[in-house]
Design a protein around this ligand. Structure first.
Ligand code: MN
Length: 190
């Protein structure tokens, strides 16, 4: 069977809603043996006819197998997308909760919005940055400059330690100067 005729429809960009469905089916598929329309409706808090409509669209795009009607299976391509959206969701959620300390419930909702906008390569950078924060925790103006190097060459604990020491000394000096000038307290606030 030739696929050329339906190629255009398959290659059109997916909408956030489509991606959410694929993610939900991917997750349900991991939890249960068979995924039914009502499971998806429950997971996404939508009505069954809404699900049925979307499933038709996804089926046309060859992202799910929906011929049997009874239960829904992702095609290889659908599975790949569902898995990727799921990965983005977890990375973004973790970034919001663990780094930015956003309330977990809010983070979950926001991750679900952001996951459709962010590209895989940017997401990889976020993952790297989260690691960087853990392996090279420091502050100071030169710190972020090392992120690029970290991405290219990976962890270098010794370098991190040296930089940390250097920064700590700089910081101590800065505190001393501030103290002489009348202290940190309230100086920068407006
Ligand atoms: Mn989403």
């Amino acid at each position: 069977m030739k696929k050329d005729t339906s190629k255009n429809i398959e290659q059109k960009r997916l909408t956030p809603a489509m991606e959410d469905y694929l993610e939900a089916i991917f997750n349900l598929d991991k939890e249960k043996r068979v995924v039914r329309v009502k499971d998806i409706a429950k997971a996404l808090a939508v009505k069954m006819p809404t699900v049925t409509n979307m499933l038709k669209t996804l089926s046309k795009r060859k992202l799910i197998d929906y011929e049997k009607y009874e239960y829904i299976e992702l095609t290889k391509k659908g599975n790949r997308i569902g898995k990727e959206i799921n990965r983005r969701h977890h990375v973004l959620r973790s970034f919001l909760v663990d780094i930015l300390k956003v309330d977990p419930k809010k983070a979950d909702e926001e991750a679900c919005e952001m996951e459709h906008a962010v590209s895989p390569s940017t997401l990889d950078r976020i993952v790297d940055f989260m690691e960087f924060l853990q392996f090279c925790p420091r502050t100071g103006s030169g710190w972020l400059e090392n992120f690029d190097e970290y991405r290219k060459h990976g962890q270098d604990p010794e370098k991190c330690a040296t930089m940390m020491k250097e920064f700590s000394n700089e910081f101590k000096c800065a505190i001393e100067i501030k103290k002489d000038e009348g202290g940190f307290d309230g100086a920068q606030r407006s």
